[in-house]
Design a protein around this ligand. Sequence first.
Ligand SMILES: Nc1ncnc2c1ncn2[C@@H]1O[C@H](COP(=O)(O)OP(=O)(O)OP(=O)(O)O)[C@@H](O)[C@H]1O
Length: 336
Amino acid sequence: MAQCGTALVQFSLAKLHGDGYGTSRGFSSVMVSYSFASLLSLPLPLNVGLRSCSMRKIRCHRSTGEFLLPIISRLPVGRCPQRSPRGQVRAASVRNESETSAPNSVAIDARDLGLTVTGDKGEDVVVLKGCSMQIPEGQLWMLLGPNGCGKSTLLKALTGLLRPNRGKLYIVGPRSFVFQNPDHQVVMPTAEADVAFGLGHLDLSEEEVKARVHSSLEAVGMNEYGQRPVQTLSGGQKQRVAIAGALAESSRVLLLDELTTFLDESDQMGVLEAVRNVVGGSVTALWVTHRLEELDYADGAVYMENGRVVLSGAVEEVKRYILKQQEDMSRNGALR
Ligand SMILES: Nc1ncnc2c1ncn2[C@@H]1O[C@H](COP(=O)(O)OP(=O)(O)OP(=O)(O)O)[C@@H](O)[C@H]1O
C-alpha cells in the first residue's frame, strides 16, 4: 500500500467482528472507489466516516485505484490546515474548547470568518467573505441562503474540514458533519454495524459499544432497525442512522447539510423530528436548508448572501427577511 501526498499519516485499520459490532480493537475498513484526483483535491470529499470528522488521513491502494479510508483518532479543529495555492498554510484563529474557556453556553462563536479556495485553474476563489454567528448550546439553528452563497462551505469550515483564512472561531467538540446524500456515509452492512463503525478509535469495551449503539439508535427512533441491511432502509432512515453514528461518538455539535433534499415528505419529517429530539442539553445542531417550512423546528436562524452572513438571530426575523426578498424578486421579475 503506497502513501499518497503529504497529507498522509498513520491510521488504524480494523476488522468487523462476528457480531457486527466494531470494537476498540478495530472496526471495518472500507474500500471506496473515488478517483485519486478527487481524493487529493482537498477539502476532503471523503464520504465515508466523515460524519465523525475524525478522518484526516488517507492511504491509497495504487494497484487497484481504490482508497482505504481510515477512521482515526480525532484531530482537533484548528490542526488541519488547508493548503493555499502557493502551498502555504493559511490559518484563521480557531480555538478548541480545550484551549480556551467557552463563552457562556455558546456552542459556536464565529467572528468574521473568511475562506478562500483554489479554483480549477489554480486561481483564488473567495467563498466566505465575512461570516459571524453565535449559536447557543443545546439549540437547533437553520442556515439558509440562495444557491451558491456558501452555506456548505461555511458548514465545512465549522466542522474543521476546511480551514478559514480569516476571522475567529470557537466551537465545542466533538462535532460531526452529516452529508446530504445518505448513501455517501452509511456504509456498513447493518444499521448497528454502521453506528458502531465510528467508535473504533475510542478505547471502549464491547459492552460500551453496544450500549452506545443502542441508545443512539433509540434517540433517532431507529432501534428496531438495528439488524436491518442498510440497503433496505429508506433515505431518511439512513440519515437517522448517520445521525445516530454521530451521537454514539458523543458529538456535541451536529453540522447537517441539507439532509432532507433527497427525501419524500414522511422521511423529511422523520429526520427533522429525530434531530429535534436529539438536540438539547449539550447537543447543538446547525442545519442547512432551502425549505422555509423547516424553520418551524428551529430555535434560531442564519441567512447568508454571497459569502456573507447577513442576518442571524430569531427565526421570525429571518423568515420575514427571506419572504421580503422573495417578494422583491418576483416584483422585479414582473416589472421586466
Ligand atoms: N473548491 C472550489 N473551487 C471553486 N469554487 C468553489 C469551490 N468550493 C466552493 N466553490 C464555490 O463557492 C460558492 C459557494 O459554494 P457552496 O457549495 O458553499 O454554496 P451553497 O450555498 O452550499 O450552495 P447550494 O445551496 O447550491 O448547495 C459556489 O459558487 C461554489 O461554486
